[in-house]
Design a protein around this ligand. Sequence first.
Ligand code: C5P
Length: 209
Amino acid sequence: PVRFIGNRSSGKQGYAIASACAEQGASVCLISGPVTLEAPLNVRLIKVETAQQMKQACADELNVDCVICAAAVADWQIKQTANSKLKKSNNKLPELILTETPDILSWIGQHPSRPKLVIGFAAETDSIKKNAEDKRARKNVDWILANSVIQSGKTVFNSDINEILFLSNTEVEYWDTDSKQAIAQKLVRRISNYFSDVRGYDVQKKDSI
Ligand code: C5P
C-alpha cells in the first residue's frame, strides 16, 4: 500500500504523439498510466494504473486503424501485493517475488483483429538497432521507434528531446535529435502518408507538419 516498483519514464513522448494526432484530425483515445502531464486537447483519456488494466483498456479499444504503444510498461510486477506496510525486522531484507506483466504490444501485434498499423517503441542501452529489429519481429510490429536511453550524456527520461532510429520491415531511418513534439509530428506525417498510400485516403497535408 505504500511502496511500488516504478520506472523513470515521464510519458511526455506518448502525450506529444496523442496531441499531434488530434491536431491532425485523428480521433484519439489515449490510454495512460500514472503521469503528471496535462491531458492533451481533443483526446479521449483513459487512466489506468496497472499493466492488466492497460491491456484491458487496449482490448476494449482494439477496433482502430493505428495503435502507438509508447508506454513504458513494467516487465515485472510483485506477485503478491502486501496489505500492510512492510516493516524492517531484525535486519532481514524482504524478498520480493516477481511475475511477468502481460506484454501488451506483443499481444496486440499478434491479435487476429490487430489494427492495420501497429507501432511500438524500444528504449535501449546498447545494440539499439539489433534489439529493436528483434523486437519488431518478435512482437509482430509494423514500425519500431528505437531510442537510446542515454542521449548526449543524459537519460531520455523526463527530457524534452529525443533521438530516434525508425525501423519498418523495409526501412531504417535516423531521426536526428529534436523535441518530443517535433518527433511526434514527424511520426504523424508518416502515418498519414502510410494510410494515403495503403488505403487511398485523401489525407489533408498541412504546412505545419
Ligand atoms: O520489450 P520492451 O519492453 O523493450 O518493448 C518496448 C515496447 O513494448 C514499447 O512499445 C512498450 O510500450 C511495449 N510494452 C508493452 N507491454 C509490456 C512491456 C512493453 O506493451 N509489458
